[in-house]
Design a protein around this ligand. Structure first.
Ligand SMILES: NC(=O)c1ccc[n+]([C@@H]2O[C@H](COP(=O)([O-])OP(=O)(O)OC[C@H]3O[C@@H](n4cnc5c(N)ncnc54)[C@H](O)[C@@H]3O)[C@@H](O)[C@H]2O)c1
Ligand SMILES: [Zn+2]
Length: 361
């Protein structure tokens, strides 16, 4: 499948998104596309060790295997990578190709936005999270000790290339993190994807070995994300719907000192949003139970561990609110495929709901 995301503002731009083809065809595609420009392939070291053998198309001097893991998503990582490229002679006519998860994509995309004042880049996401979420939309950046993603830029890739076969080596725990964003996407705007998730009996373990199912899931998520980003590239309004589950999710993540992984926290946040929606009379009353059942099938947690008290979570949420501006935009699911933006819900009501989500399961 080939999707196109068309962006307005300044010069009209098109981002091509390929889903379901073999990465082996990519070098030829890129050579054709970026005729005469030098390609620099930046691989996540782990992905290189798993998938690099036999890959000599790029030539060694045009390939960097970089350790994006421990603290790699920092300005110091950007500098190290920039210096490596400079030593190898990358210039304004070069194109960066990021092969790896969301960290490799965010760091390489950010470097591309500032290297020689900006060069093109291509994303080749290799985790489910990166394929369904982070590689599409043009947000790039790094963390600071003071907070995640505080330094960054909008820099759209020219092209995104998703080969579901990469996911064969992805640990189940990482696959699950991506599934949380898939469930979110279905709730936000894809009723058919939701029905698929409800009926796919093999669940998390089965999907990993089912490239067709994966290609369907990935292309559905990219289609929705692309349409949301087309309408609102810089998150002025519509793009906010993608934060469904992330308000409470971030509070849980932060309160846990990031020991609870993002996707798991988002799953808990989705359940909280659904229960809050029912309490506020906005959400179909059967949704929370259906959502919990669906999360269980996909290996996702539905209950917030009791050591994170509703009071502490609401405090964490108020910190978010301070940072993001006066209004807390809470996204609520109405039914699968439909959400609404609910500004500033009553936080005491939210505490009651969080107490319930904590007791669940
Ligand atoms: N830019 C955006 O819009 C956006 C959106 C969501 C998340 N993010 C960012 O994405 C990052 C998380 O991305 P992630 O979950 O992909 O993490 P990641 O890049 O750290 O990858 C997770 C782990 O999987 C390994 N890995 C990658 N591909 C593999 C494969 N095919 N087989 C085996 N192992 C593989 C990696 O080496 C790493 O250890 C966070 O930094 C987050 O802030 C960005
Ligand atoms: Zn997320």
């Amino acid at each position: 499948v080939k999707l196109e995301m068309r962006l307005a503002g300044g010069l009209p731009r098109v981002v091509e998104i390929f889903v379901g083809e073999s990465v082996r065809g990519l070098p030829a595609l890129l050579t054709d596309r970026f005729h005469g420009r030098s390609l620099y392939w930046i691989w996540d070291e782990t992905v290189w060790s798993l998938w690099g053998s036999g890959w000599d198309e790029a030539g060694e001097d045009r390939r960097v295997a970089f350790d994006f893991s421990e603290g790699g998503k920092r300005l110091s990582g950007v500098e190290a990578l920039a210096r490596e490229l400079a030593r190898r002679g990358a210039d304004r006519r070069s194109v960066l190709v990021a092969v790896g998860g969301g960290v490799a994509g965010d760091v390489t995309g950010f470097l591309a936005s500032i290297y020689m004042r900006g060069i093109p880049h291509v994303q080749v996401p290799t985790t489910l999270l990166a394929q369904v979420d982070s590689s599409v939309g043009g947000k790039t950046g790094v963390n600071l000790p003071e907070g995640k993603n505080l330094v960054g830029a909008f820099h759209q890739p020219e092209l995104v290339f998703m080969d579901p076969r990469f996911l064969e080596t992805l640990p189940l725990r990482e696959l699950r993190q991506g599934m949380a964003e898939v469930v979110k996407t279905a709730l936000v705007g894809d009723e058919k994807l939701w029905a698929f998730l409800e009926s796919f009996e093999a669940g998390l373990k089965g999907v990993g070995g089912d490239p067709e199912a994966l290609a369907y899931v990935i292309s559905s998520c990219c289609r929705l994300k692309a349409s949301v980003v087309e309408a609102d590239e810089r998150e002025g309004g519509r793009r906010r719907v993608l934060n469904l589950g992330h308000t409470v999710g971030h509070a849980v993540e932060r309160s846990s000192g990031y020991t609870i992984p993002h996707g798991d926290a988002v799953a808990m946040g989705l359940v909280a949003a659904a229960r809050l929606g029912v309490a506020l009379g906005e959400t179909s009353p059967d949704l929370p139970d259906r959502l919990e059942a669906l999360c269980r099938r996909w290996g996702l947690p539905v209950a917030i561990p009791s050591r994170y008290s509703p009071e502490a979570l609401v405090d964490a949420l108020k910190t978010d609110k301070k940072r993001l501006g006066r209004t807390l935009h809470f996204i609520l699911p109405v039914r699968p495929g439909q959400v609404l933006d609910y500004p500033d819900p009553d936080l005491d009501r939210l505490k009651q709901v969080l107490r319930k989500v904590g007791e669940a399961s």
